[in-house]
Write a protein that binds this ligand. Sequence first.
Ligand SMILES: O=C(O)CCC(=O)C(=O)O
Length: 243
Amino acid sequence: MIPNISQQHLDQFNSNGFCILEDVFSAAEMDDLSSVIEVHQARHQERLNDVGTEGISRADEISFTSHLAENDEIIRAFCLRPEFVAITTTFLGPNIDLYWNQSVFKGPDGKAQFPWHQDDGYTPVTPTPYLTLWLALNDATVENGCICVIPGSQKGGLVPHVRTPIGLVCHSLEDPDQGVPIPLHAGSMVVFQSLTMHKSGVNCSSGIRKAYIIQYSHSNLKNLLTGELVPDKIPVVREAKGI
Ligand SMILES: O=C(O)CCC(=O)C(=O)O
């Protein structure tokens, strides 16, 4: 369903750095997408089980399976859907590429939070911010480790990040300000700026928490450090029209 993006959504996005779009997709659509994603995630999980860790993925806790749209026609078509054309043109502008996409599965009975960071901290780019859509493939709850954000944290720009074995960190998990949790029904999403600080909680449930993260950018995105255009992005919108 094409979301109705109100002035309130835009104001929240601009002042808090995020807003929530409820029920953009149905739970049945998410089950279908999930079953396609799970084929790729399962292959990745097998490799992870052999090696234990790969980048920030850890076999027993959390797996990031990237480049899904690049490797799967069905997932690519999903990322080009009119819902995303509407969302990205509203929040970003008329010329949009798919910059990055990954599923994030958090295993049951987890032990660790995924630490506070800004997505720009991983690869600084310009123009920034770009758009991160955190789409719930199944219900995301406080118990199963939903995403949390710090409202307004995007306003300070890119802050220093410290590299740790479980990911980059820009804000302590011991700090009294632990932001706000964003529970979501399957098919709902949180839309945030790539400079908005976020983390996810421990999955204390007995099931897997499943999310698909889709990041859209301006079509002229450059790596801030090299000045080179970011290669291999998938064109999504040109002159406000979906491709
Ligand atoms: O989904 C999660 O648990 C955290 C993922 C995240 O924050 C990210 O990929 O930037």
